[in-house]
Write a protein that binds this ligand. Structure first.
Ligand code: CAA
Length: 292
């Protein structure tokens, strides 16, 4: 089955990015949000991202116009009915996801593929809310979606091989490099990234180095594009805390256990860039200062 029309559930940071790359790749793309306000916010982010890409010369003004013309925002599930693939990027909450999947399973045509962008939940647990266990897969994109080249394609024990091939092909058509992985919490990237980020916090707690020096260490010593604390603030501390807890529940290994300092920062509402404070203070966003 050829994919022509793409549905995206959620127009937050990830959903907006996925919708953008889908429309840019030539697919008619319908994005569903719970309310108009969220849609508006998501579309503003898409326009900002396209403006940056035009400014850099990687997208022409004509391509930007075409991309936007292929995007349709909606608050109605019914508008996803004839999509060939629906990529879900709603809140990372298993009950909300299962509820949504059970609902769209009755609305979206039976041949359509359902793909979850979850970063840590078990795909199999979402899949069982539907009747299409052979046409259910994970497609995990990375932030910022328009720039990051990777997509993890996550097969469950019941995903059909045709659907895996289709998802790999679709990922490539979006300009991404797909890698195949199995349904283990965190997949490949977060399995390795999350313990590294948590270890940076432990190193800070133990006085091994300051926020700035640990960041410099990994940036300049290992060539990482961002140090661990810059990345933690970028991903969001509440998101990392949530993912770590899910992975800890799955594997019961200390390396996935969130350190106390991360919990305290999340409790205090210091979630990183989005709240203006995390491991850095973003009062002057162009010039972040270590928060402690
Ligand atoms: N759309 C379009 N352009 C964007 C953009 C977006 N969403 N975000 C940033 N840019 C542009 C910037 O405007 C900038 O353009 P100029 O060069 O013209 O100024 C350019 O990209 C580079 O950005 P910056 O100068 O801000 O910084 P940078 O050179 O460090 O690049 C980055 C930014 C690509 C994000 C790079 O820092 C990077 O690769 N960081 C690591 C990100 C990462 O690890 N992401 C994965 C997070 S984990 C995850 O997503 C999974 C999970 O489950 C938690």
């Amino acid at each position: 089955m050829a994919i022509r029309k793409v549905g995206v559930l959620g127009c937050g940071l990830m959903g907006a990015g996925i919708a953008q790359v889908s429309a840019a790749a030539g697919y008619t793309t319908v994005v569903k949000e719970v309310a108009e306000d969220f849609l508006k916010k998501g579309f503003v982010n898409i326009e900002k991202s396209l403006a940056k890409l035009v400014e850099k010369g990687s997208v022409t003004t004509e391509q930007r116009t075409q991309t936007l013309s292929r995007l349709l925002g909606t608050t109605k599930f019914e508008d996803l009915a004839d999509c060939d693939i629906v990529i879900e990027a709603i809140i990372e909450n298993l009950d909300s996801k299962r509820e949504t999947y059970a609902l769209i399973d009755k609305i979206v045509k039976p041949k359509a593929i359902f793909a979850s962008n979850t970063s840590s939940l078990v795909i199999t647990e979402m899949m069982t809310a539907t009747q299409r266990v052979d046409r259910f897969i994970g497609m995990h994109f990375f932030n910022p979606v328009p720039l990051m080249k990777l997509v993890e394609v996550v097969a469950t024990i019941t995903t059909s091989s045709d659907v895996i091939d289709e998802a790999m092909k679709f990922g490539t058509s979006l300009g991404k490099v797909p890698i195949r992985t199995s349904d283990r919490s965190g997949f490949i990237v977060n399995r390795l990234l999350v313990p590294y980020l948590l270890d940076a916090i432990r190193a800070l707690e133990e006085g091994v180095g300051s926020v700035e020096d640990i960041d410099k260490g990994m940036k300049l010593g290992c060539g990482y594009p961002m140090g661990p604390f810059t990345l933690l603030d970028f991903v969001g501390l509440e998101t990392t805390y949530y993912i770590a807890n899910i992975m800890f529940d799955e594997f019961r290994e200390k390396r996935f256990a969130p350190p106390p300092l991360l919990k305290r920062l999340v409790l205090a509402g210091h979630h990183g860039r989005k709240t203006g404070r995390g491991f850095y203070d973003y009062s002057d966003p162009a010039n972040p200062k270590p928060a402690f």
